[in-house]
Design a protein around this ligand. Structure first.
Ligand code: PMP
Length: 429
């Protein structure tokens, strides 16, 4: 397999782009190499500039749930493009997408569209503070909620990959109201409430995908929600990754909880820049122009992005692929585990529906500390062997793999063959 053109573009890109990437998670630094440059994608496949084709398990870090360039989405977007790209005024498409979101999430009466997951979360945190009149927010180590200042501590995703405890340039004052708790540990949340009486709420990835996949255990979220109610604090569900992916109604539908504020992104735009936050009526009344919490956006509710979202969610609802996700996901899980056993490699696989990833460890991974026991050198070897055998994975131990509803038996066979080769190689180091 040749990466000649990617290498050439990488060198060219270094001149005017930072690390030749526009998001650090796209750098291949933690797996020891340079980023691939992508030319195109269709269905389950993605093709780089050298013409190498891969089964894509990155899926733009989640949004491409129907696979790439689904014909219904393409059609919806093509149609919208003909009417103009942005108006700075309301359109009917925003109302349509809002209805789909509100119908899917019982906890959302009203929604506000923004342009990214980061914006959704930073607005949701502001809203929680506005509604409760309190300042402190609890987050869990290993969860990632975008790159707003106040939540860039003990974060997963790219920061975990690059072993960064936080970010330079974040003033102390910006994080002084951020408290850290341990995922799956309610006592660590209670300890903060015993110490402080000005906690507005808790933000959580209800199924975590940013330390790799970590799953809430033994009714953790149900207990957390109950506890927060007793403390008059809000539960903010960051469903940027899980919204419309775990179930149409997100992880909340699956886990049987209703959050006070929900953050959405990724799938909701079907590959176009859309984020959203929503809540019940009394909370959303705080948002301008109805209330005193200000939040705005030049391109928010962009008609092309709305068309992408409407077409994606409409098709997703029709396909209802969640049972298939469970089946396909469990097949991949078994392939990973059995192949690891065959080659005597220590491996734990965490999976929830269509999100999964392997950890090269023998410790059950329930939180960030345990995720970090994974042997990242082994992951790097595994990653490159998967690439060489035609499977595109996130270039990090601490990112989830995603499945699309387009994934077929042939793709799974290709993944299985690649896993066999990759695991064999891992067993030699
Ligand atoms: N929250 C979660 C749970 C995420 O996974 C992400 C992105 N991976 C974000 C927020 C930030 O979204 P964006 O990258 O669109 O700003």
């Amino acid at each position: 397999m040749m990466f000649k053109k990617s290498e050439k573009l990488y060198k060219k890109g270094l001149k005017n782009l930072v690390g030749a990437v526009n998001s650090p998670v796209r750098a291949f630094s933690s797996v020891g190499g340079n980023p691939l440059f992508i030319k195109k994608a269709k269905g389950t496949k993605i093709t780089d500039v050298d013409g190498n084709e891969y089964v894509d398990l990155v899926l733009s870090y989640g949004p491409m749930i129907l696979g790439h360039r689904h014909k219904k989405v393409q059609k919806g977007v093509d149609k919208a493009l003909k009417n103009g790209y942005s108006f700075g005024a309301s359109t009917e498409a925003e109302i349509k997408l809002a209805k789909i979101v509100c119908d899917a999430f019982p906890g959302i009466d009203k929604v506000r569209f923004v342009n990214s997951g980061t914006e959704a979360v930073l607005s949701a945190v502001r809203l929680a503070r506005a509604f409760t009149g309190k300042d402190k927010i609890i987050k869990f180590s290993g969860c990632y909620h975008g790159h707003q200042d106040s939540l860039l501590v003990a974060a997963g995703s790219g920061l975990a990959t690059l072993s960064m405890p936080g970010s330079k340039g974040v003033p102390e004052g910006a994080v002084k109201n951020t408290l850290i708790a341990e995922y799956n540990n309610l006592e660590s949340v209670k300890a903060h409430f015993e110490k402080y009486d000005d906690i507005a709420g808790v933000i959580i990835e209800p199924i975590c995908g940013n330390m790799g996949v970590a799953i809430p255990q033994n009714g953790f979220l149900v207990e957390l929600k109950k506890y927060l109610e007793s403390k008059n604090a809000l539960l903010i569900a960051d469903e940027v990754m899980t919204g419309f992916r775990s179930k149409f109604g997100g992880a909340q539908e699956l886990l049987g909880i209703t959050a006070d504020i929900t953050c959405l992104g990724k799938v909701i735009g079907g590959g176009f820049p859309v984020g959203a936050y929503g809540a019940r009526e009394e909370i959303m009344q705080e948002v301008a122009p109805l209330g005193g919490m200000y939040q705005a956006g030049t391109l928010s509710g962009n008609p092309i992005a709305m068309a992408g979202g409407i077409a994606t969610l409409t098709e997703l609802k029709k396909q209802n692929p969640y049972k298939k996700f469970e089946e396909t996901g469990s097949i991949l899980e078994v392939i990973l585990l059995e192949t690891a056993k065959k080659y005597n490699v220590d491996l734990v696989v965490n999976r929830f529906g269509s999100m999964l990833n392997p950890f090269f460890t023998n410790v059950e991974v329930t939180n960030f500390e345990k995720a970090q026991t994974s042997d990242t050198e082994k992951f790097a070897v595994f990653f490159w062997e998967m690439i060489k055998n035609g499977v595109f994975l996130p270039p990090s131990q601490f990112e989830a793999w995603f499945l699309s509803s387009a994934l077929n038996d042939k793709d799974i066979q290709k993944i299985a063959n690649a896993v066999d080769k990759a695991m064999e190689k891992v067993s030699t180091i």
